[in-house]
Design a protein around this ligand. Structure first.
Ligand SMILES: *Cc1c(COP(=O)(O)O)cnc(C)c1O
Length: 364
């Protein structure tokens, strides 16, 4: 039986990649803001509809660098319903994460609950557009403005997502993307930071290159976050194919919704009107009225060579490393705990076939 995985990396045609590699071999400029790197930055700005973008070697370093660039300290309000890198980026800056519960419909940070978590130490909010569904950016910004807080969006899932024609990456002070192999658009490993003014972009570019502002001038304790030419070239090629991959994912999502809607005990998220989605994940939630538990379903699928993933379980706040924080208590996060205990992300990618869907859906 063919193995069906939760995702499959979008790979550019090998012949096309070979010809780009030949260019790199000829130029012998393999990293440090080479021509493919520069071209990918400007192409991504165009594609995404953003003004300033800096490429990184993965999606975690732009989070860490954003916090450095904005000099965030003390406490930051964030969501436990995400990939661990969101919270890790705070610890790597000596910042205390304050977990706030999520909204049961969007699964994003619940803006109603943010204000009561603010203390004199709070300096920023770090929400996640989870599964690529936009946060309530207006309400989050209103709170940030009222208390003088910065907003950094972990937009790792939100590649290409637009609301009313505007990129979701244009909200907050900084947004970050991941181009990891498992994401809708990938550069094998990779990521980017989006900001809204030239000075910040300049500072980010210093920070990702050890703080160098010139050949013999270092203006900040920077890090090495640079993307190399090989992955930039790969990214340029994948950019040509990502729209058709998203269209395929959309067909898969439509089929799931059509065929799962009458199964008792299974619920899922619908498209939001006015939002251009990227269909990066297809989470379903297994209720008490389903014929087995979420974990039983997960194992049954595996027995049939179908690999769903329980994103995001366990919650970040339930990992042993964070469990001891006051804000990590289950009483503080009832919705996030409930959703994490019932979620399973079904396979969705550009290579899922009609037969694959038949197999998955008949098992469900
Ligand atoms: C994938 C992901 C990251 C980290 O990205 P890497 O490129 O793997 O470092 C950060 N946040 C979220 C929400 C993610 O899903």
């Amino acid at each position: 039986m063919k193995q069906i995985t939760v995702t499959s990396p979008l790979l550019p045609p090998l012949e096309e990649f070979n010809s780009y590699l030949q260019v790199i071999w000829n130029n012998k400029w393999i990293t440090n803001n080479g021509s493919f790197h520069q071209e990918l930055e400007s192409r991504l700005c165009e594609y995404l509809g953003v003004k300033y973008l800096s490429l990184f070697t993965n999606g975690t370093l732009p989070l860490i660098t954003a916090l450095q660039a904005l000099r965030i300290t003390g406490e930051v309000i964030t969501t436990p319903y995400s990939f661990v890198a969101t919270t890790h980026s705070l610890w790597w800056n000596g910042i205390k994460p304050i977990f706030v519960d999520i909204d049961p419909l969007s699964l994003n940070l619940n803006p109603e609950l943010i204000e009561r978590a603010i203390t004199p130490q709070t300096t920023a909010i770090m929400p996640v557009h989870v599964y690529g569904n936009p946060c309530d950016t207006d309400r989050i910004q209103a709170i940030a403005d009222k208390y003088g807080l910065k907003v950094i969006y972990d937009a790792a899932h939100a590649f290409g997502v637009k609301r009313n024609g505007v990129s979701i990456l244009n909200y907050g002070d900084i947004s970050t993307l991941s181009f990891h192999a498992t994401k809708t658009y990938n550069t094998i490993e990779g990521g980017a930071l989006i900001c809204h003014d030239e000075n910040t972009k300049k500072r980010i570019d210093y920070l990702k290159n050890f703080g160098f502002a010139g050949e013999i001038e270092v203006v900040a304790p920077g890090i090495n976050g640079k993307m190399d030419e090989i992955r930039a070239a790969y990214g340029l090629l994948n950019l040509k194919y990502v729209d058709s991959a998203i269209a395929k994912r959309r067909e898969v999502a439509t089929e799931y919704r059509e065929r799962l809607k009458d199964i008792k005990g299974i619920t899922f998220l619908n498209d939001i009107s006015g939002v251009h989605h990227n269909y990066s994940y297809f989470p379903v939630f297994i209720g008490d009225d389903y014929s087995c538990s979420r974990d039983e379903l997960y194992e049954r699928l595996k027995e049939h060579n179908i690999y769903g993933r329980r994103y995001f379980y366990p919650l970040i706040s339930n990992f042993s490393t964070y469990r001891g924080l006051n804000s990590a208590s289950q009483d503080n996060l009832p919705v996030a705990n409930r959703m994490a205990d019932s979620v399973i992300c079904l396979p969705i990618h550009h290579e899922i076939t009609k037969e694959d869907l038949d197999r998955i859906i008949s098992l469900l």
